[in-house]
Design a protein around this ligand. Structure first.
Ligand SMILES: C[S@@+](CC[C@H](N)C(=O)[O-])C[C@H]1O[C@@H](n2cnc3c(N)ncnc32)[C@H](O)[C@@H]1O
Length: 337
């Protein structure tokens, strides 16, 4: 570098910020590489070391040079190794995405790049038009897969709830895959109940899962919207659960919903919720933005707001547990006063 180049560099506006941004963008490029290489089947193919021509015959790209260019990015990031003409997986992230137990982490990357990325790209026009994104359509399976990252933390809370509430009969609202019904019956072998979800295809999946786990005889499954429930879920129940779906209800509808749940409970009955809370944390602020950009979703509650709404609805707050270290992900247990 000669003297003139050094002078040009010193005169470059925001030189330090450019350095910071280049550093940030390395992480951005890595996440995008992982997304593209996973979706294109490249990571799965590279579980076995392959030459470029072997990769081309396996993945059949229309433009082999584009694949080679993607591989070069992977090599530069340290995600892909290139040794003796063969490419293989090197980085721990790329290996994890295609490991036998890596599906949730792959879905996490897919969710950020496809769903969150779209939210940020469209945000300026949304602020002008007020039109939200139709993201619930078609992302159900992706969200179900990525939520499994939190499964073991919620499972601990489900077991605590069962110990505290000793339920014989429960209602789960928005049951999704049914995974927490499985944990509930494992913790309480005689437990029975009803599980509802407003999406018919979700209930079909719940049914298959419960059959696979051998607990389908414990729960009656219904396609139902809790805001307009059929008469046969009138209760009474010892426990009602609402895991990872408070943000499907507008803030003003939460107290009326909690009062409806209260009416379904037996005296001394319990109401358990799990949700990410709004607060001073980047993940929480990001998720709140994603929700508020999505048709049919609403703001995250703060812990104070949620517990105040529970009290207003006639519950005492018996437990509020931070489920994931450093994250504002909470389990809250209300008891009928
Ligand atoms: C994010 S998923 C959570 C699923 C499950 N509880 C879990 O934690 O894995 C939310 C689920 O709630 C369902 N849901 C949302 N609003 C609902 C309503 N008003 N009545 C019934 N189900 C609802 C959705 O269809 C979706 O399957």
């Amino acid at each position: 570098m000669n003297f003139k180049s050094i002078l040009a560099m010193v005169r470059t506006p925001h030189l330090a910020v450019q350095g910071q941004l280049r550093n940030d963008l390395q992480a951005y490029v890595r996440v995008n590489f992982l997304y593209a290489a996973f979706e294109a089947g490249l990571l799965a193919a590279l579980k076995t070391p392959l030459t470029l021509s072997e990769l081309v015959s396996q993945l059949q790209p229309k433009q082999p040079e584009l694949l080679e260019s993607l591989l070069r990015v992977g090599v530069m990031l340290g995600e892909v190794a290139q040794e003796n003409e063969r490419y293989s997986l090197r980085g721990n992230r790329s290996r994890a995405l295609v490991a036998d137990d890596g599906d949730a982490i792959a879905a996490f990357v897919q969710e950020y790049v496809s769903y969150h990325g779209s939210v940020y790209r469209h945000l300026p026009e949304r602020l002008q038009t007020g039109e939200l994104g139709n993201y619930l359509q078609g992302t159900g399976n992706l969200i179900a897969r990525s939520s499994r990252l939190l499964e073991s933390f919620v499972a601990v809370f489900v077991q605590e709830v069962i110990r505290a509430a000793q339920p014989k009969r429960m209602l789960e609202i928005g049951c999704g895959s049914g995974v927490y019904l499985h944990y509930a019956v494992q913790a309480s072998p005689l437990l029975t109940g009803i599980a509802i979800d407003m999406q018919a295809d979700v209930i079909e999946q719940t049914k298959r899962n419960l059959q696979q786990w051998g607990v389908d005889n414990r729960f009656e499954l219904m396609v139902a919207n809790v805001l307009n429930p059929p008469a046969n879920i009138a209760g009474p129940f010892d426990l009602v659960t609402l895991y990872n779906n408070i943000y499907y209800f507008p803030v003003a509808e939460r107290v009326p919903l909690f009062k409806k749940i209260r009416a379904w409970l037996k005296p001394g009955g319990a109401f358990a919720l799990v949700t990410l809370m709004r607060g001073n944390n980047v993940d929480s602020a990001n998720f709140d933005l994603i929700l508020q950009s999505t048709q049919g979703c609403y703001a995250l509650p703060t812990l104070d707001e949620l517990t105040a709404q529970l009290r207003e609805s006639g519950f005492s707050v018996d437990m509020q547990a931070q489920l994931v270290p450093m994250e504002l992900y909470y389990g809250v247990l209300g008891k009928l006063v």
